[in-house]
Write a protein that binds this ligand. Structure first.
Ligand code: SF4
Length: 488
């Protein structure tokens, strides 16, 4: 296969919404299916562009998106009878003419980042394939943070060739958080060197675990290899979900890939996996003996991967459904959510009894599942609205215009008109803490306002007992007053 460019991007300004729209139109009319990067890599694309990047249709095979600065052209792959395609990073087995078709699909299906999902629910990857993987702002921000973090580690290793990346997402907080990450990695390296002086740090190390998951590979943010202990540090810039290193399948797969590359050079006995998630103060560490990891690979991962490749196995709903693209259409998760409610006569139709008619066990179950249930309901509503907007109709539902509020046509003209009428159209308001921190800078904020800021106690909330926060005992007659004993 040979790549043939159809749309050059040298002179395009992607920050212009109009440009993005015209490129999208050109992609569709010219039939472009791939993008080539400035470094020569070619990737399959979705036709809808993101605000800052091109989403890649590779379902976990390498990067999920390419920033516009790295796009050289859009084009097509042309079959020129060569058995090996031009797509980058495709292991030979997957591209070989003899490779079984399921292995080619496996390459695109089973990513380490979604392993938590397909290990529990093997049918998920095939079902997710039908939906595009659109980029969120959080993902774009995470990419910018990783690039900055990578640069800082190169600096600490005296790599003078590395250039500081630029991004609209960078701010003082990102600078601080990436500094903390780089410090942590260097501290881990120093610790390893105490017992293994020849230990080394590899940044953004590609790891290949295709001996366990067909065509599986990924990139470890920081890998420290030495005798006895190998350490993987994963930098998480998100703050929505706290990530735990304990039994984290993505890190365990990366560890197995790294072991394959380095355990014949070093005598590695155990793997230390560190999640560094600075925005919510989460540093989670898990250490596992190498033998335990290998047993997990043989007994759990390999059979599950085979099921997932074949699209077989049982549906299993759970926490891993959170980012499943099939969730709005998945009967298994619908059943799980509706099953927690007292059953009505019709299937999947919840009754809505008054809370005080529920048993304690029912209330505990409902409260435990409420966050996931609300999120899922929102996802289903959004999916149905998207479909309806595209002409799909549902029995018993119709599209109507929602409630709207009056708006000014032109804010400047409104202000002038009010001033001409002799009034002040503006209100003065103290900036919120986030905006004030941006205005003063984080260090200055602490110096100027440190004594004037306090953190009130959070509102009480009911959570599962597994939650790590300490339990609060409410003030009741039993907890506040001592019982009076006779004769006291
Ligand atoms: S939503 Fe959950 S149960 Fe349904 S396919 Fe996705 S992972 Fe499986």
């Amino acid at each position: 296969m040979t790549y043939q460019p159809l749309i050059g991007t040298e002179s395009l300004d992607f920050d212009e919404g109009q440009t993005r729209q015209s490129v999208e139109d050109a992609i569709v009319t010219k039939g472009a299916t791939h993008v080539r990067t400035t470094s020569g890599d070619v990737w399959k694309i979705f036709t809808k562009l993101n605000k800052k990047s091109v989403p890649l249709n590779n379902a976990g095979r390498g990067p999920q998106r390419i920033g516009y600065a790295k796009v050289e052209s859009f084009g097509v792959l042309i079959d020129d009878d060569e058995p090996v395609g031009e797509e980058p990073a495709a292991p030979a087995a997957a591209n070989s003419p003899e490779a079984p078709a399921h292995q080619e699909r496996a390459h695109a299906l089973l990513s380490a980042s979604s392993a938590h999902r397909w290990l529990h629910c093997p049918p998920a990857p095939h079902l997710e394939e039908q939906y595009p993987d659109s980029e969120s702002d959080a993902a774009a921000e995470g990419t910018a943070a990783h690039e900055l973090a990578e640069y800082k580690l190169h600096q600490l290793l005296d790599d003078e060739d590395s250039a500081r990346p630029t991004s609209d997402w960078q701010d003082e907080d990102m600078d601080d958080y990436t500094d903390s990450y780089a410090d942590r990695v260097m501290a881990e390296l120093a610790q390893t060197k105490e017992t293994s002086p020849a230990a080394f740090l590899s940044i953004e190390q590609r790891v290949d675990f295709s001996h366990i998951v067909p065509d599986g590979f990924g990139t470890a943010d920081a890998l420290i290899v030495g005798d006895q202990t190998m350490t993987i540090v994963d930098f998480k810039y998100g703050r929505g979900v706290q990530v735990d290193a304990e039994d984290n399948p993505q890190m365990m797969l990366y560890a197995l890939g790294a072991l394959r590359q380095f355990d014949f050079i070093y005598d590695i006995k155990q793997v230390r996996m560190v999640i560094f998630q600075p925005r919510i103060g989460n540093i989670s560490v898990c250490e596992k003996p190498v033998e335990e990891l290998r047993a997990w690979a043989d007994e759990v991962v390999k059979p599950r991967a085979e099921l997932a490749i074949a699209g077989k196995g049982e549906f299993a709903a759970g926490a891993w459904c959170q980012f499943c693209r099939h969730a709005p259409n998945c009967p298994a998760i619908a059943k799980q959510h509706f099953d927690i409610l007292p059953a009505g006569d019709a299937p999947l139709e919840p009754t809505a009894p008054e809370p005080d008619t529920l048993t304690d066990a029912q209330i505990a179950t409902i409260v435990t599942h409420a966050p996931a249930l609300k999120k899922w309901l929102g996802a289903v509503e959004k999916y149905a609205l998207d479909q309806a907007n595209n002409g799909h109709s549902y029995d018993g539902l119709k599209l109507v215009e929602g409630r709207s509020v009056r708006k000014y046509k032109d804010a400047d003209e409104v202000a002038k008109a009010v001033q001409d009428a002799g009034h002040d159209p503006y209100e003065r308001k103290l900036l919120g803490i986030t905006a004030m921190t941006k205005l003063l800078g984080k260090k200055n904020f602490d110096a100027v306002l440190g004594d004037l800021v306090y953190k009130p106690a959070g509102a009480l909330t009911l959570v599962p007992t597994s939650d790590k926060r300490p339990e609060i005992l409410p003030a009741t007659a039993e907890t506040v007053f001592e019982p009076i004993t006779k004769g006291a």
